[in-house]
Design a protein around this ligand. Structure first.
Ligand code: SF4
Length: 341
């Protein structure tokens, strides 16, 4: 199969790049390893900053792409430059896509919360992740939440954590915790909700407003401190121990539900592909741009570009901007290397 641009990944970044290229009249093919497109965002419920349902964001993007150009269930095994200066991408089915350029938009992995054994995910029924809670908000998934009276949120699970192998801040989980805490209060108005944090990173437009609203309107209590241990009592309630580092007092609480804010980690299943292709990876496991200040949407290899959370934690508006940058780079590259089209 021949195309101008091969887009690796059919999550929101890959679809957005396809949509932009489609509107500019470029030929493209998207390969997505899952059986459906949309990635993590498709499993999310209301999105920040404007609270829209994820389907209202992804739906129009998906509809603006030629669906016959999305190859689903196809993992990219290798990308090699051939003797004609084009890129041959070998797919898991054995098919080969030959393209003039490539955009890598293969996304991230959600940190596996079972690695933090002290929090009891997978051991205690009342311990869930942010992703589980989003599925529940969407009416999907298999967890049941039955009128909890005390609910805790724990920030920075698998992020800013050298032991977990991920020292990066995931950028989006502070505001996601605030959003989820408010949504759970809407469902269970009588519940007491606690949020345990190391630092609150409310950097985006509207974030601080929502954080203030969480306290003033919804009565959510923010406690600066990490939970050190989770256990279960005889009534199957969760018993958590933490330290309030602002008052230097130990905290012991009984909860019905604990939500772990799992962070964004690099998708290590792509490491062999990236190493084999020779694309530069940072120490944090995310792709490196050609110039971190001046060249968003690039990689260290000419002709191969990148967009989205494969480059590190991104908010959705950040990611959309980077998709435009990557497609702009592709256009400039193709004009230079293939001036006759
Ligand atoms: S955004 Fe907040 S919860 Fe997420 S890693 Fe950064 S500080 Fe922790």
């Amino acid at each position: 199969m021949n195309t101008k641009v091969h887009i690796v990944g059919g999550g929101i970044a890959g679809l957005k790049c396809a949509s932009i290229l489609h509107s500019k009249g470029f030929d493209y093919l998207v390969s997505e390893r899952q059986s459906c497109a949309g990635g993590h965002v498709a499993n999310w419920s209301m999105l920040f900053p404007d609270g829209r349902e994820s389907s209202l964001l992804i739906g129009p993007i998906y509809e603006s792409v030629d669906s016959s150009k999305i190859l689903k269930g196809e993992e990219v095994l290798s990308i090699k430059k051939n003797s004609n200066g084009k890129y041959d991408s070998v797919l898991s089915s054995g098919k080969i896509i030959t393209s003039d350029s490539v955009i890598v938009a293969s996304g991230f992995s959600l940190f596996d919360a079972t690695k933090k054994e002290e929090y009891g995910y997978g051991l205690f029924e009342g311990v869930i992740t942010n992703a589980d809670l989003e599925s529940w908000f969407k009416g999907a998934g298999d967890i049941a939440i039955d009128s909890p009276s005390k609910i805790g949120f724990l920030h920075c699970v698998g992020s800013r954590d050298a032991k977990a192998g991920n020292i990066q801040c995931s950028k989006v989980c502070c505001i996601t915790a605030v959003k989820q805490a408010i949504r759970i209060k809407e469902r269970f108005p009588k519940a007491q909700v606690y949020s345990f944090y190391m630092d609150l990173r409310m950097f985006g437009r509207g974030y601080e407003d929502l954080y203030l609203e969480a306290q003033s309107k919804w009565g959510i209590r923010f406690i600066r401190g990490r939970i050190s241990e989770v256990s279960q009592n005889r009534d199957k309630q969760l018993v958590i121990k933490a330290e309030d580092t602002l008052s230097s007092r130990p905290v012991k609480l009984t909860l019905d539900l604990l939500v772990l804010m799992s962070g964004m980690a690099p998708d290590s299943s792509n490491n062999n592909l990236f190493l084999d292709t020779g694309i530069g990876l940072g120490k944090d496991g995310f792709l490196l741009p050609n110039d971190i200040m001046d060249k968003p949407g690039t990689t260290t290899l000419e002709g191969i570009f990148a967009a989205g959370a494969v480059n590190g934690p991104r908010t959705i508006p950040d990611l959309i901007g980077e998709c435009h940058a990557a497609c702009n780079n592709v256009e400039i590259f193709l004009k230079k290397t293939h001036p006759d089209g």
